[in-house]
Ligand binder design. Structure first.
Ligand code: F3S
Length: 762
């Protein structure tokens, strides 16, 4: 294990540290004295303190040292802006940025890419220069979708990766523990803080039986989506939350899957809320590593192979067995990925529910299903149709997962087949999967059906038309249904008519898992950070409305806060969407001041039951929440927010913590917090506090003033909130609890976690 094997072909100085991992594991094994699952092995071998870390699945918080960080372009902006404010010369851990979310599909690959480069120029320039400055690998627009690029270049068995995108688990197809996180977590790892994760439970999935062609002898199919459906069905909705789904056992099931196929299954595990999913290292992964010019990694993994799977007798929190031969293809949707109908019953369901029968558009690709294998199988079905003299009846789009895939299918002919069939080949990017689709064929508001091989189909996600019935299924089925142009078509049983009117049944799709002639890398879309980075200056226009450099937040002045107002007393659910809305605001993700105009606009004011309408105590006027906060800030008046139960649930969006801090808030006082948001607030130098007696929430009225005795802050000690009722009643004290530990108190004192890092690095 002493060998120096590089993590990838791009970075000359980053190596796979199996030696250190095995040493850490030895320490943990001695302490736990029990067989371990593969997921546990990866996590525990990346512990910051293997000797002292408390380890209890489902309850302790692990402090981890991931091998890598990956960000997509939408989330990278604020992550890098925050990192910059720490004042470090370069990222502390290997990091890459991938431009895939901002390219709108309109007329096809090259033109769409050129337009995106123009529209998003300032964002791309910022990302490209900041990556060069801080030693981050930059994948330019057109390179491909983050998860495909990670699989092709960076994933390695046994590694730990965090990525600022929910489908990061895709890298589990190469035995990597890859976890989707918020930007604040990525910044921690970039800045060398340990990354905290609640020790996940581990659900073991044993695959038996075989995946086979379109119709196996028993009339079943190889639809990988159904493995997840089956897992979800057994676990029930949200059953994967807080758990890693680990496929295990040397069974024929896993051997009929390609590495990219395993990636697809791990990718879709995100839909059941799993922390991640992963497969143990096997020969199919070795083959994929070799095909992507990483045989040395494959050989090294073989040396460490014993630790790249579960121990004999490892115990799972739950075990599920799935017989691949018994799975029936399903179509999911509309409007939600967890409404599943077996293909045999789909036509009936279309009638019963009055779903629009005509299929308007079929879309294949996305990070879920855009491997060489997926594209080859899709092309084989299209070729079959063309050989019968027919083409796609519905509109048809193809998203290659990466430039490498695009160039390889162009060289090998699949791309031409898909175009001849009627397909529009889009840029190598997320495109319609993330709503980047300038759809022209139906008017907004018109009910219609589309079907894709993507992983999500929430209302309006693809084309911003709430009346679009979006279904998701395998790429094989998408192509087949596109030929028929109807939701009633079942390619397993129904015949099509050829150009002469003769009936035929589509042949089983076929496609190689890996290209016989190796991959064609296509255009070089990677920008390596230069060796000399001092002279690089980061491009941010001072007049930009999309990007703004961050100023470090002010340190605490060491005094109590007295006689300060309550900006808003929130009532009921206050999610991160209520605190920092998405939709059109996404455009301002890199501009803290502009995006702060959405702060708490979705929260319900307990005083009047309305959203975004609070009284400014200095003027007596009602105004929007952000406008009122800005006015207080201008007048140097700090403020607090009072919140209800589970304040900040939803996502890990760091903007929800940055905005109140930016607009002058000092504390959020609630009945309880969603944990991630609570930590995010602490990171930004805010005080997340809870009523020691939740009933005290009712004692405080929206127009009361408060004194917050911040000087009392100490680990495990409550703090006092003195309330001065607006009605002139006697002042009274309320006890507030908090979960600050000693290092986190420093974050508060220094103004933020990043200020603390910057101080340590000064
Ligand atoms: Fe992109 Fe859709 Fe995947 S948005 S990262 S292709 S889920």
């Amino acid at each position: 294990l002493d060998k120096k094997v590089r993590q990838n072909n791009q970075e000359p100085n980053n190596f796979i540290n199996y030696k250190k991992m095995s040493e850490n594991l030895a320490i943990v094994r001695q302490r736990l004295n029990r067989p371990l699952t593969f997921a546990e092995k990866i996590l525990y071998s990346h512990l910051d303190d293997p000797h002292g870390q408390e380890i209890e699945r489902g309850s302790s918080y692990l402090k981890l040292r991931p091998d890598r960080v990956a960000c997509q372009d939408a989330t990278a902006q604020m992550a890098i802006l925050q990192f910059m404010s720490a004042g470090m010369p370069s990222v502390a851990n290997p990091t890459t940025v991938h431009c895939d979310h901002l390219i709108e599909a309109q007329v096809g690959g090259a033109k769409d890419l050129a337009r995106a480069q123009d529209i998003n120029k300032e964002v791309y320039d910022f990302l490209s220069t900041s990556c060069a400055k801080y030693n981050i690998g930059f994948w330019r627009p057109g390179s491909g979708i983050i998860h495909q690029i990670l699989l092709e270049n960076y994933a390695f068995p046994g590694g730990l990766l965090i990525g600022t995108d929910s489908h990061t688990p895709n890298a589990g197809g190469l035995g990597m523990c890859a976890i989707g996180v918020g930007g604040a977590d990525a910044v921690d790892v970039m800045a060398n803080l340990p990354w905290e994760l609640k020790a996940p439970k581990v659900i073991g999935v044993k695959l038996t039986g075989r995946m086979s062609g379109w119709t196996a002898p028993k009339g079943k199919s190889r639809f990988r989506r159904n493995i997840i459906l089956k897992v979800a069905g057994i676990l029930t909705v949200k059953g994967g939350t807080g758990a890693i789904v680990e496929y295990f056992g040397k069974c024929p099931g896993t051997e009929t899957l390609s590495a990219t196929g395993m990636g697809t299954i791990c990718n879709m595990g995100a839909e059941i809320g799993a922390t991640t999913s992963l497969f143990p290292f096997n020969d199919r992964m070795y083959d994929y590593l070799a095909a992507t010019k990483r045989s040395e990694i494959g050989d090294f993994s073989r040396v460490y192979a014993k630790e790249l799977r579960e121990d004999e007798g490892a115990e799972y929190d739950q075990v599920i067995e799935i017989n691949l031969s018994e799975l029936e293809p399903h179509i999911n949707g509309p409007f939600t990925p967890d409404l599943a109908t077996p293909i045999s019953k789909f036509s009936e369901a279309v009638k019963a529910n009055n779903w629009p029968e005509e299929l308007k558009v079929g879309l294949i690709g996305s990070c879920t299903n855009s491997s060489y294998e997926d594209m080859s199988r899709a092309a084989s079905i299209a070729r079959d149709a063309l050989d019968h003299g027919i083409k796609a009846k519905a509109l048809f789009t193809v998203t290659p997962g990466s430039e490498q895939i695009r160039a390889t299918i162009e060289r090998d002919g699949q791309l031409q087949t898909l175009e001849e069939f009627g397909g529009m080949v889009l840029a190598n990017a997320c495109g319609p999967c993330i709503g980047q689709w300038d759809r022209k064929d139906v008017k907004k508001g018109t009910a219609n059906s589309i079907i894709s091989s993507y992983n999500r189909n929430f209302t309006g996600r693809n084309d911003a038309n709430p009346a679009t019935h979006s279904f998701v299924t395998s790429p094989d089925l998408v192509v087949a249904m596109t030929i028929a142009g109807s939701l009633h078509f079942n390619p397993l049983t129904d015949k099509l008519k050829d150009k002469d009117g003769n009936e035929f049944l589509l042949a089983e799709p076929t496609g190689a898992g890996l290209p016989d002639r190796g991959y064609d890398p296509g255009q070089d879309t990677y920008q390596a950070p230069p060796a000399k980075r001092d002279a690089v200056s980061v491009a941010v226009s001072p007049t930009s409305d999309r990007l703004q450099l961050l100023q470090p937040f002010k340190a605490w002045d060491g005094k109590d806060f007295t006689d300060i107002p309550i900006l808003i007393k929130c009532q009921g659910k206050t999610t991160t969407d209520h605190i920092s809305m998405a939709g059109p605001w996404l455009k301002y993700r890199g501009h803290l001041d502009n995006i702060s105009n959405n702060m708490l606009i979705g929260a319900t004011n307990a005083e009047n039951g309305e959203a975004n309408k609070v009284k400014n105590f200095t003027t007596g006027e009602y105004d929007a929440v952000p406008a009122t906060a800005r006015d207080y800030k201008k007048k140097n008046i700090p403020w607090v927010v009072i919140g209800d139960w589970n304040y900040g649930e939803g996502s890990s969006r760091e903007h929800a913590a940055l905005e109140p801090r930016h607009l002058g808030g000092i504390a959020i006082i609630t009945r309880s917090f969603a944990r991630i948001h609570e930590t995010n607030l602490k990171k930004q130098g805010m005080l997340p506090l809870t009523f020691s007696d939740p009933a005290d929430y009712d004692k405080i009225q929206p127009f009361d003033k408060v004194d917050l005795l911040a000087t009392e802050i100490a680990v495990g000690k409550p703090m006092t909130l003195k309330v001065h009722p607006a009605d002139g009643g006697a002042a009274f004290d309320v006890k507030l609890s908090h979960t600050f530990n000693a290092p986190q108190i420093e974050w508060f004192k220094n103004g933020s976690a990043l200020n603390t890092m910057a101080k340590a690095n000064a």
